[in-house]
Design a protein around this ligand. Structure first.
Ligand code: SF4
Length: 440
């Protein structure tokens, strides 16, 4: 009899990669399905960074209650940061949950499913150990994207931003053995993968917990793998953007000209209360220096508006920052208390309507800047990797530039996804560019 698994992922790329790992770990016993009613095992991989993602995960768990009633042998697992934070308490709200598994324990999923089936009782694995070693793991080639992949290089975070729970849910920074990372990427490249994104909560502090590696050294080693064409990484902390890393953008051809560098706020007093460990001036200095190594680098960011104590003046400084840096894009959010984050206890909470008004102002201005930045590409010929047909039904193709822009383009009847083509940019929209294939 065939058995099936359904894995739903909320939140970041780290979670996406963790879900792929879990799918692979149970893949021999459970084939993936996208039909919940058919599933014998359901994993809800949660994220606690934003309130919305957490609510969505709980709402899905609520819906699973009915299915479990119909099919009591269905095993329901909650993974990720919410699982880590809530532990056994999840059962109070969701008594139909069978497994609660934190990020450091995901490799134990097959054993926990077997334990639940044998003992018919809830299993909770949320221990975090500073001695934890991310095991070597060769990704499946059959499942997953045909030419690009995420590769986890580290887990956890040591930064303790006051609004964030990651250091508590994922533990302190643990960098993978560089030899394991190189083996994994070599395996991927030998099987047709040409682009990798190195992921972690704070990738540019990779290696600070080891003696034999730094992040720039790792980038150089990855670039040395025959067949690798594009390397990306995310997410970076501004305080760990070293000159050696900046130099990599000038020296490593395969390193894409894009950096996501979350600033969070443009006011030093807010940055201090956030415990971001940099000032606006040092952040801007780093951006200037980075541009001396890579003048065309595309910079995107994250911004939180309405952090406790944020005044109109503080917010104006964030608006001014948009004008100074002219980011190509920004993910912006209203501050919300995350359970157990230190900022929950901060006074001077900003009223909801003020946060909404500030977010609206910030997003409107950033959208204008994004379109202005996109307009700068018009007339340029850009190499891009074909991803497939465009989502619109107008027969266009879709590809991605090394600056991480999506381009929808015309000019070809057939194209192979993964192929690099040259496209002339003709039009700029908010979320993408439009162009036509350059004929040789
Ligand atoms: S750097 Fe700050 S926001 Fe990012 S994961 Fe670490 S504590 Fe959270």
């Amino acid at each position: 009899m065939n058995l099936y698994s359904y894995i739903e992922t909320f939140g970041c790329q780290m979670n996406e990669r963790d879900s792929e790992i879990m799918a692979q770990l149970i893949g021999d016993a459970y084939s993936p399905t996208r039909s919940l009613s058919k599933a014998d095992v359901v994993v809800v991989n949660t994220c606690s960074i934003r309130e919305k993602a957490e609510q969505k995960a709980f709402s899905m768990l609520g819906r699973l209650r009915k299915l479990k009633k119909k099919n009591p042998s269905m095993v329901i697992a909650v993974a990720g940061c919410v699982a880590q934070q809530e532990g056994r308490n999840i059962r109070k709200r969701m008594p139909h949950v069978d497994i609660v598994i934190g990020p450091q324990n995901l490799y134990r999923l097959p054993e926990l499913i077997a334990d639940v089936k044998r003992d018919n009782e809830t299993k909770v694995k949320t221990d975090i150990s500073p001695e934890f070693v991310i095991p070597p793991f060769l990704p499946s080639i059959k499942a997953g994207h045909p030419f690009k992949r995420f590769v986890t290089i580290m887990q956890g975070c040591n930064n303790f931003c006051t609004y964030c729970v990651v250091p508590y849910t994922r533990g302190r920074e643990i960098s993978r053995d560089p030899a394991d990372i190189i083996d994994e990427i070599t395996h991927l490249v030998q099987n047709g993968i040409r682009e990798v994104t190195l992921i972690g909560q704070n990738v540019n502090s990779y290696g600070l917990d080891r003696k034999n590696a730094t992040f720039p050294d790792l980038l150089r080693a990855v670039a040395g793998i025959t067949g690798i064409e594009r390397i990306r990484f995310t997410t970076s902390h501004p305080k760990d953007l070293s000159e050696d890393l900046m130099r990599c953008f000038a020296e490593i051809d395969a390193l894409c000209s894009h950096i996501h560098l979350p600033v969070q706020a443009g006011s030093n007093s807010v940055l201090k209360r956030m415990n971001r460990k940099y000032t606006l001036e040092s952040y801007l200095d780093k951006i200037s220096k980075l541009k001396t190594f890579c003048p065309d680098i595309v910079i995107t960011t994250d911004i939180i508006v309405g952090f406790p104590g944020e005044t109109d003046e503080d917010f104006d400084q964030t608006m001014q920052l948009l004008e100074t840096v002219r980011y190509h894009g920004a993910y912006s959010f209203k501050y919300s208390d995350r359970p157990q984050a230190p900022s929950c206890d901060f006074s001077d909470k900003v009223p909801e309507d003020v946060k909404s008004a500030r977010l609206h102002l910030l997003q409107s201005r950033q959208e204008e800047i994004t379109v202005e930045r996109h307009n700068e590409f018009i007339g340029r010929t850009m190499p891009l990797v074909v991803e497939g047909r465009s989502k619109s039904s107008d027969g266009r193709w879709c590809g991605r530039t090394d600056t991480n822009h999506i381009v929808n383009f015309t000019g070809a009847d057939t194209l192979q996804p993964g192929r690099t083509v040259q496209v002339v940019i003709e039009e700029a929209c908010l979320n993408s560019l439009r162009g036509r294939l350059k004929k040789h």
